[in-house]
Design a protein around this ligand. Structure first.
Ligand SMILES: [Zn+2]
Length: 131
């Protein structure tokens, strides 16, 4: 019936997993520019799967967080070497008067299993993709 039934357990296990990067987002100051928001140079948070992790007692302003959020899922995923999402790491503060940037660094790869993160079934493998 399903091609998955003809695969070894190891192949099934491999096909049921995917990898995301854990990220660290760190506040940095641009030389010669004042940070006008309430940023602390070196403050950071990390992204692990769908979760944001903030160090205990360290605040992070919501306006730059709102600007950063749309980029994080793309930065978590493996990207082509020529893709700007691979090479570009610094995001400017959304306040145009502020000299803060936020550096996104890929810090570790984390493997997830499909069935652990969704109830939507994976598509059945197709024998070939000719059309
Ligand atoms: Zn700022």
């Amino acid at each position: 019936m399903s091609d998955a039934l003809n695969q070894t357990p190891d192949q099934n296990e491999e096909a049921d997993t995917f990898v995301l990067w854990d990220l660290r987002v760190e506040t940095r100051a641009v030389a010669g520019r004042e940070m006008v928001c309430n940023h602390a140079e070196g403050s950071y948070f990390e992204v692990r799967g769908e979760e944001l992790h903030f160090p205990s007692g360290q605040p992070f302003p919501m306006y730059p967080l709102a600007a950063l959020l749309p980029l994080l899922p793309a930065k978590q995923r493996p990207t082509d070497a020529a893709d700007w999402m691979t090479t570009d790491t610094d995001i400017a503060c959304p306040d145009p008067h502020c000299g803060a940037i936020f550096r996104i660094t890929r810090i570790a790869r984390r493997t997830f299993r499909h069935d652990d993160v969704t109830v939507v079934p994976m598509p059945s493998p197709t024998p070939s993709s000719g059309s």
